[in-house]
Design a protein around this ligand. Structure first.
Ligand code: NAI
Length: 369
C-alpha cells in the first residue's frame, strides 16, 4: 500500500508523525500526533500483523485523528495520538515494549500511551517501569479501562433506544455483539444483567463457549452475526467490518459498539443513514478509556463509571438529536462538532490563551467536512 505521508498529514491536519525503528529488538512502528491544541496526545498502542508498513501508517493516521475527535467531543484536555507497531513473529515482546517505554519517555509528556489491540496489562506494566507517561495497570493506575469503554458503549445504546422508542426497556431488547474481548465481554455482562437477550460471535471459540456458560449469551458462528434480527448491532472486534455487503445484510435498527473505525469508508455512514439504521459514532461512545486515562494523568483521578455513562450518554443523545433534526448521519454531525472545537482550540492556542470551555451541545455553526 502506498501512502504519501506528507500529503496525508497536510490534508488531515497532522502536527507530527514519527517513524520508529530499533535495530536491537527489530521493533518498527509509527507514532502519529494529530492535534495537541487541547493538551498532550493520548492514544493506545496497537500491535498488529500489518500486511506492510503502508497499511500500518494508514492505520496510525486514521486512528490518531479519531483520537483528536474523541478527546474534543468528550471535553478531555488532550489531543489525538496513536502508536502502531508492526508485529513480526520474532519480536521479543518484553524488550520491545521496554524500548517503546524509553521512546515515550524521551517525548517528555507530549504523548501518553494506553492499551489497544495487542497491548494489554502485561505490556503496559513493562512500559511503566521505563516511563511515567503510560497508564499503569493495577491499583495505582486509572482503573479498568475496558470497563470504562464498556460503560460508554452501554450509555450510547441507552441513548439510541431512547431516541427510537422513548425508553430503554432493556428486558425486551435483543443485542448482537461481534467480539467478546475485553470490552465486548463487559458490554455483554452489563446487558445480560438487565435481562437483554444477547447473541454474540467471536473467532476465539473458547471465549465464545465461556461467555455462553458464564453470561448466558447465545453463540453465533463468526460471519453470521450481520444477518441476525436485533435492536442494536454492536461491533466490538476490529475496524472496517461495515461495508456494502455487510450493511446490506444488517437486520437492526441501530449500530453502537466499541470498535474503532468500524466503517470501511466514510461513505458508509451515509449508507447506514439511508438504510434507516442509526449509527452512534464509534468516536462518541468509545471514549470511556481515554477519559479515564487522560483524567488520571492530568487530574489524578479515576473517572467513576457512572460519570462516564452520564457524560457519554448525554453526548450521544445530543449528536443523535441534532442528526435527526437535520436529517444527517450522526457521523457528519459529530465530526462537524469535533472540527469546530479543534478549530477553536487552535485559534485560542495561536492567540496564546488556554483551551476553550466545553460547549454544552453540538452546534451547527460550521459546515460538515
Ligand atoms: P480485544 O482484543 O480484547 O477483543 C477483541 C475480540 O474480538 C477478541 O476476543 C477477538 O477474538 C474477537 N474478534 C476478532 N476478530 C473477530 C471477528 N471477525 N469476528 C468476531 N470476533 C472477532 O479488544 P478490546 O480491547 O475488547 O477492543 C475491541 C475494539 O474496541 C477494538 O477495535 C478496539 O480498538 C476498540 N476500543 C477498545 C478500547 C478499550 O478500552 N479496550 C477503547 C476504545 C476502543
Amino acid at each position: 500500500m502506498t501512502v504519501f505521508v506528507l500529503e496525508a498529514m497536510a490534508r488531515e491536519g497532522f502536527e507530527e508523525v514519527v517513524a520508529l525503528v530499533d535495530r536491537e529488538t527489530g521493533l518498527r512502528g509509527f507514532l502519529g500526533l494529530h492535534d495537541t491544541s487541547r493538551g498532550p496526545g493520548f492514544g493506545g498502542i496497537r500491535r498488529f500483523a500489518y500486511r506492510d508498513e503502508g497499511a500500518a501508517l494508514a492505520d496510525c493516521l486514521r486512528l490518531s485523528k479519531a483520537m483528536s475527535y474523541k478527546c474534543a467531543l468528550a471535553d478531555i484536555e488532550g489531543g489525538g495520538a496513536k502508536l502502531v507497531v508492526l508485529d513480526p513473529p520474532e519480536l521479543d515482546l518484553e524488550r520491545a515494549y521496554r524500548q517503546i517505554g524509553r521512546w515515550v519517555d524521551r517525548l517528555g509528556g507530549r504523548y501518553y500511551a494506553g492499551p489497544d489491540v495487542g497491548t494489554g496489562e502485561k505490556e503496559l506494566a513493562w512500559m511503566a517501569e521505563e516511563t511515567p507517561y503510560v497508564a499503569p495497570p493495577g491499583e495505582y493506575g486509572p482503573g479498568d479501562l475496558a470497563e470504562a469503554t464498556a460503560a460508554g458503549v452501554f450509555a450510547g445504546m441507552g441513548a439510541v433506544l431512547r431516541l427510537l422508542d422513548g425508553e430503554e426497556n432493556w428486558g425486551r431488547r435483543t443485542v448482537v455483539l461481534q467480539g467478546l474481548g475485553r470490552v465486548g465481554w463487559r458490554v455483554a455482562k452489563r446487558l445480560r444483567g438487565l435481562g437483554v437477550r444477547v447473541l454474540a460471535s467471536d473467532v476465539d471459540l473458547e471465549r465464545l463457549e465461556s461467555a455462553e456458560r458464564e453470561l448466558g449469551i447465545e453463540p453465533l458462528e463468526p460471519g453470521t452475526e450481520f444477518g441476525v434480527a436485533c435492536d442494536v448491532f454492536s461491533p466490538c472486534a476490529m475496524g472496517g467490518i461495515l461495508h456494502d455487503v455487510t450493511i446490506s445484510r444488517l437486520d437492526t435498527r441501530a449500530v453502537c459498539g466499541a470498535s474503532n473505525n468500524p466503517l470501511a469508508r466514510s461513505a458508509h455512514a451515509r449508507r447506514l443513514h439511508e438504510s434507516e439504521v442509526l449509527y452512534v459514532p464509534d468516536f462518541v461512545v468509545n471514549a470511556g478509556a481515554v477519559m479515564r486515562g487522560a483524567e488520571y494523568h492530568l487530574k489524578g483521578r479515576a473517572t467513576p463509571l457512572d460519570e462516564i455513562e452520564v457524560r457519554i450518554g448525554a453526548l450521544a443523545a445530543d449528536v443523535l438529536r441534532v442528526a435527526a433534526e437535520e436529517d444527517r448521519s450522526p457521523v457528519e454531525v459529530a465530526e462537524r462538532e469535533a472540527v469546530r472545537r479543534l478549530d477553536e482550540s487552535r485559534r485560542q492556542r495561536s492567540a496564546g490563551r488556554q483551551p476553550p470551555e466545553p460547549s454544552p451541545e453540538p452546534s451547527d455553526e460550521s459546515e460538515p467536512r
